[in-house]
Structure formats: structure tokens, C-alpha cells
Write a protein that binds this ligand. Structure first.
Ligand code: NAX
Length: 329
């Protein structure tokens, strides 16, 4: 039997999400029990020692599937021959920093990493961006990684989807598995739209089962949009284990055929579907056949949904405008 092996580059490996993610990848949760894993960790020079500590712990877990671990502070070295790149590391927003400042600072990281991916990763490498602002960071990496198909660039919105499911479970007390098709549109930000109109509970429209459209339109959307902030408020730190879990979910969903009635949230390059500007990295309802993905194309959108989706598109167009001149250099 042919031995499967996958090389996964993870940036920000010494950070919170890195710590919650790497052990699950090494244990085989992401690629399954038949695939050996090589981890290639990228960190800033000042965090290399901390990353080496994580490596020691990974070694001490004696994971049978973990074939090798490499650490580097050079993107070209860390991405060499990577099959997957999970771009987690970025500069967090600090007090007094505006979103547009954050976008500019992080854009430099993703320009550099996009170029490095293009130079040294496999041409088939798939790139999932977690570091915020993740849609625009993924857009930048896609634009700068000339040798990699734009369809291989993704940004994480699975955590938002999982948060939406959790809110509906809390409201209705139905089991999580009874809910289907609840998907996030747009930007991973406070403009994202969790599309409850196209979701079902036990096969019935979710809005009928919840029977409180006002709650769905206001509180539910707000709770999903603001969940990250609520976690920072409660924990004093941003979500880490749930974010890592969503990264695992996303890769699994891309690698396995989507069940016939299902779809999942993933920010992918827009092909103009639903009138969204081509080229933006936008969260759509997506399906996979295990090898390739497609945007689910036939969902009805009412006036309310269209307005919400357009608002999120506008925000992403503004983010794109803010970094456009940097890409032209
Ligand atoms: P931490 O600050 O704990 O860790 C980030 C790590 O990245 C640090 O170790 C830092 O040294 C490293 N780093 C910074 N710049 C780097 C570079 N150029 N190359 C390599 N490493 C670099 O943050 P953590 O809590 O792990 O969060 C990481 C990112 O995920 C943040 O941008 C955060 O906003 C984002 N998130 C995205 C989510 C999503 O759903 N898309 C949800 C969770 C999280 O908020």
C-alpha cells in the first residue's frame, strides 16, 4: 500500500492557536490515521525559542504519525515543498490601533509570505489563512503567490459557522445534528452574515422551527458577530481552542466529499457568484467532492439577506482599496 505523507507549514506556531492546533494535526485528526505528517513551523525570530519548546512537547507525545518537525524564521525555508500552509501568525490589534492600521501592518506579512509560498511551496499547496483580517490577508497572499492557483487560497469562517450552530442549539435545545445548511457569508468580521433563512432544523425551515424572526434578524446575528469579543471579555484572551478546532474542521471538509444535503462556510476566491466582486476572498456556502470545491450556486436570497451580504462585500472592497497600492509596489 502506498504510504501517504503530507507536509504542513504552520505560521505563528508558538502562539495560542498554534498550541491548540499542532497537537491535533500531529495526532492525525486533520488528515486521518493513514497519513504521516511533517510539520514545518514558522515563527518570528524572537519566538523561535518558544516554538522549540512546542516541538519538544510534540516529540514527547510520541505521535506515531508525526514523521518530522522543522522550525524556521524564514518563510522560504518553512514553506519549502509544503502541501498545506496554515497561516495563523499575524500581528494582533493593539489598543488605539484602527482596523485600517492593522490591515496595513499585516499586509506586509502576507505579501512576504505569498511570495515565499510561490517560490518554495508545492504548486498544489493549499493555503488557509486564520490570522486577521483573514479574508484580506488571504487576498494578499493569493495576489502575491503567482505560481499557485487562486482557488487554493482560503480564509477561515468555520469558527463563525460553529458559533452560529451553537447559538441555535442554545435557543432551541435541538441537538446540533438536527441543524443543516447554516452558513456564513462575507467577511470574518462584524459584517458577516449567518444565513438562517436557508438553514433547516430536522428538515423544516429554521425560521419556522425557531419561530422568532426578530430574534434571528437582530440578537442571533449580533451574538455570532460579537462572539469573539465576548470571549476576549470573559477569558482575557481571544478564542484559541475553538479556532484550532475550526481549522481542523475546514481541512477535513475540503478533503472529504460533502454529504448531499450539506454545505459549509469557507472564504474562497469569488468567481462573481451571487454578484460578489470577482477575486475577493469571500465566505460562501461551499461543497467539496474531496478533491475540488465549488460554491453552492442556487440558494435563494431575500432582500434582508442581500442587504447584509452587500454590506460585507462593501467592507471587503474597502479593505482591498486600503492595500491596493501596497500590492502594486
Ligand atoms: P498569538 O498572538 O497567541 O500568536 C500569534 C503568533 O504569531 C505569535 O507567536 C507571533 O510571534 C507569531 N507571528 C506574528 N507574526 C508572524 C510572522 N510574520 N510569521 C510567523 N509568525 C508570526 O495569536 P493567536 O491567538 O494564536 O491568534 C492568531 C491569529 O488568529 C490572530 O490574528 C487572531 O486575530 C486570528 N484569529 C482568527 C480567527 C478566525 O476565525 N479567522 C479566530 C481566532 C483568532 O482571533
Amino acid at each position: 500500500m502506498k504510504e501517504n505523507r503530507v507536509k504542513v507549514a504552520v505560521t505563528g506556531a508558538a502562539g495560542q492557536i498554534g498550541y491548540a492546533l499542532l497537537f491535533r494535526i500531529a495526532a492525525g485528526e486533520m488528515f486521518g490515521p493513514g497519513t504521516k505528517v511533517i510539520l514545518s513551523l514558522l515563527e518570528l525570530p524572537q519566538a523561535i525559542d518558544a516554538a522549540k519548546g512546542v516541538v519538544m512537547e510534540l516529540q514527547d507525545c510520541a505521535f506515531p504519525l508525526l514523521e518530522n518537525i522543522e522550525v524556521s524564521d524564514s518563510p522560504e525555508v518553512a514553506f519549502a515543498d509544503a502541501d498545506w500552509a496554515l497561516l495563523v501568525g499575524s500581528v494582533p490589534r493593539k489598543k488605539g490601533m484602527e482596523r485600517k492600521d492593522l490591515i496595513k501592518i499585516n499586509s506586509q506579512i502576507f505579501i512576504e509570505q505569498g511570495k515565499a509560498l510561490s517560490q518554495t511551496a508545492r504548486k498544489t499547496c493549499k493555503v488557509l489563512v486564520v490570522g486577521n483580517p483573514c479574508n484580506t490577508n488571504a487576498f494578499i497572499a493569493k495576489e502575491t503567490a503567482r505560481n499557485i492557483d487562486p482557488r487554493n487560497f482560503f480564509a477561515l469562517t468555520m469558527l463563525d459557522q460553529n458559533r452560529a450552530y451553537a447559538q441555535i442549539v442554545q435557543k432551541t435545545k435541538v441537538p446540533l445534528t438536527a441543524i443543516e445548511g447554516l452558513v456564513i457569508w462575507g467577511n470574518h468580521s462584524a459584517t458577516q452574515f449567518p444565513d438562517f433563512y436557508n438553514a433547516t432544523i430536522k428538515g423544516r425551515p429554521l425560521i419556522d422551527a425557531v419561530a422568532d424572526e426578530e430574534w434571528l434578524q437582530k440578537d442571533f446575528i449580533q451574538k455570532v458577530q460579537q462572539r469573539g469579543a465576548a470571549i476576549i471579555h470573559a477569558r482575557g484572551l481571544s478564542s484559541a481552542a475553538s479556532a484550532a478546532n475550526a481549522v481542523i474542521n475546514t481541512v477535513q471538509k475540503l478533503l472529504n466529499p460533502t454529504a448531499s444535503a450539506e454545505r459549509f462556510s469557507l472564504a474562497v476566491v469569488s468567481d462573481g457568484s451571487y454578484g460578489i466582486e470577482k477575486g475577493l476572498i469571500f465566505s460562501f456556502p461551499v461543497r467539496s467532492n474531496g478533491k475540488d470545491w465549488e460554491i453552492v450556486s442556487d440558494l435563494p436570497l431575500n432582500e434582508f439577506s442581500q442587504k447584509k451580504i452587500k454590506e460585507s462585500e462593501q467592507e471587503l472592497l474597502q479593505e482591498r482599496a486600503a492595500i491596493k497600492s501596497l500590492l502594486e509596489k
